[in-house]
Design a protein around this ligand. Sequence first.
Ligand code: SF4
Ligand code: SF4
Length: 125
Amino acid sequence: MPKQDTTDFSPPCHECGGRCCRYIAIGIDPPKNQTALHNIRWYLLHANVSVFVDHEKGWFVEFTTPCEAQDRKSRCTLYETRPKICRDYGTAPGDCEYYANPYAMRFEKLEKFDAWIEQKKRKQV
Ligand code: SF4
Ligand code: SF4
């Protein structure tokens, strides 16, 4: 299949309200032992902290906190000097949360994560 030309593509940020400017997400290792599971349980005991898995099976801890460079109309006031991660985001058609749910799994509360751990244990029996 020919590669799609994305040279002139820009995401529809003017319609979106800056959804990707309201949090930071840091990649974490998938939890493969008790310590890692308990670390995630600890993250989820904090306000405005979530953990999610994306559609490529990457695990992330997310801090819901608006970027201070966003103005009241959700526009970037640092557009020319915005960080690279902002420049690289949404640069292909469909490649940001404006288009689709980016989460394969999302945990906002400890109870939901504990239920997932229990479900995993039952599957292993
Ligand atoms: S989620 Fe996509 S469309 Fe919305 S502000 Fe971010 S890059 Fe733009
Ligand atoms: S620097 Fe601009 S594009 Fe990047 S998160 Fe902040 S408001 Fe959004």
